[in-house]
Ligand binder design. Structure first.
Ligand code: SAM
Length: 207
């Protein structure tokens, strides 16, 4: 069994940090396809050139059925989109993967959109026999930093596995977004904070 990330993004820092973090948690279970990346198990070949499409499951938030440990019997790979999160989700996994490969089965990992590294971790836990209901997922992440009198808050409206007592998030990604020593990290956003992200996004889109 392999957990495959089919890269579908330009290889910027954010996505690379998520791939590194995925490798840290999944080790040799992981294979990145559609990009050769030094230091990570990866190949330029597409996932459908490496695996038989009848023996893969594509993970898509739009899928009707959730992933169960039993689904993995007689399968060779679970494919995750190497696609960064959009808020609200734009259905890019459907556009770029599931709709193109109808021979493959599709499954979801619950209602929240998970970052790539978190989708890898949840898949690994399901391969180990866990059910989705047994995996705690925080709804969103936030960090607050104070510099002199200025205060900066960053809200990440995605689902994060609560793993070993804290959200599973790459420190390199957090630092890329401005996290520094002394910033306060918290998780499980309120409805108000989630709608704050929505209004920020609407404002951005209208620019
Ligand atoms: C950050 S998500 C990108 C989702 C993308 N914005 C969309 O709307 O389809 C990266 C990948 O993780 C997997 N993933 C994340 N959350 C998921 C969920 N709730 N159910 C199934 N797959 C999920 C999918 O394979 C997805 O392509």
């Amino acid at each position: 069994m392999k957990i495959v990330i089919e890269n579908l993004e330009p290889l910027g820092k954010w996505v690379l940090y998520e791939y590194e973090h995925s490798y840290e948690v999944a080790g040799d279970l992981l294979l990145i396809t559609n990009a050769r990346i030094e230091g990570l198990p990866s190949t330029e070949r597409r996932f459908y050139e490496v695996f038989d499409l009848n023996k893969v499951i594509i993970l898509d938030p739009k899928a009707e059925r959730k992933l169960e440990p039993e689904d993995l019997v007689k399968k060779d790979a679970v494919v995750i989109g190497g696609i960064l999160g959009d808020h609200p989700p734009k259905g890019r996994t459907w556009q770029l993967l599931s709709s193109k490969f109808p021979q493959a089965e599709v499954r979801n990992l619950g209602k929240l959109q998970l970052p790539i590294d978190n989708a890898v971790l949840v898949t690994k836990l399901v391969i180990e026999g866990k059910r989705l209901e047994e995996i705690e997922i925080a709804r969103g992440l936030k960090f607050e930093c104070s510099f002199l009198r200025a205060k900066r808050t960053v809200l990440l409206p995605f689902g994060y596995v609560v793993y070993e007592g804290k959200p599973f998030v790459s420190m390199k990604v957090l630092k890329l977004l401005g996290f520094k020593d002394g910033c306060k990290l918290s998780w499980n956003l309120t409805d108000e904070e989630m709608s704050e992200v929505d209004s920020l996004n609407q404002a951005r889109e209208s620019l």
